[in-house]
Design a protein. Structure first.
Length: 161
């Protein structure tokens, strides 16, 4: 059985992000399984703080006045992010599979690990000021629940979370 790396993302990975993940295990044959949550219920305050810290004023305003994506919109966005990420893996010469999961990805991570063969989890997100600081981000939560290594990378950078 080939070892699997589960990759949890919140937005489409760029070819450079995929290359960083692959570079962690260059001489090994691995499977990649990508999980993308359909984000419909992110807590309001952390989302607004993150948007403001990234200069995304319109997004912060829209969320503050209750303009959250509907479930079909969130699922469609997640499906697009998944397709783009799988294409980036394919372009890098690696096979990857993936699924869109519920808003809270921790149950999906648990299920993936329970299926067996998962060596580690890589969580690739943008920085989240409040959640990262107080260890309520996906990577911290996964480390608490799963009995395997969890790496947290920030999308578009070489920084670790």
């Amino acid at each position: 059985m080939t070892d699997t790396i589960v990759v949890l993302i919140e937005d489409t990975l760029s070819p450079a992000d995929v290359d960083k993940l692959i570079a962690l295990h260059t001489d090994e044959v691995l499977q990649y399984r990508v999980l993308v949550p359909a984000d419909t219920q992110r807590p309001l305050l952390p989302w607004i703080v993150d948007s403001l810290s990234l200069g995304e004023l319109r997004e912060a305003w829209n969320r503050a006045v209750g303009k959250e994506p509907t479930e079909p919109q969130a699922k469609a966005t997640a499906a697009e992010q998944l397709a783009g990420t799988l294409a980036a893996f394919e372009a890098a010469g690696r096979r990857a599979v993936g699924t869109v999961v519920q808003d809270d990805p921790i149950p999906a991570l648990r299920a993936a690990v329970a299926e067996g063969g998962v060596r580690e989890v890589a969580v690739v997100t943008d920085p989240h000021l409040l959640e990262d600081t107080f260890h309520r981000d996906w990577a911290s939560r996964a480390r608490e629940e799963l009995k395997l290594p969890v790496l947290h990378l920030y999308r578009g950078t070489s920084e670790l979370g």
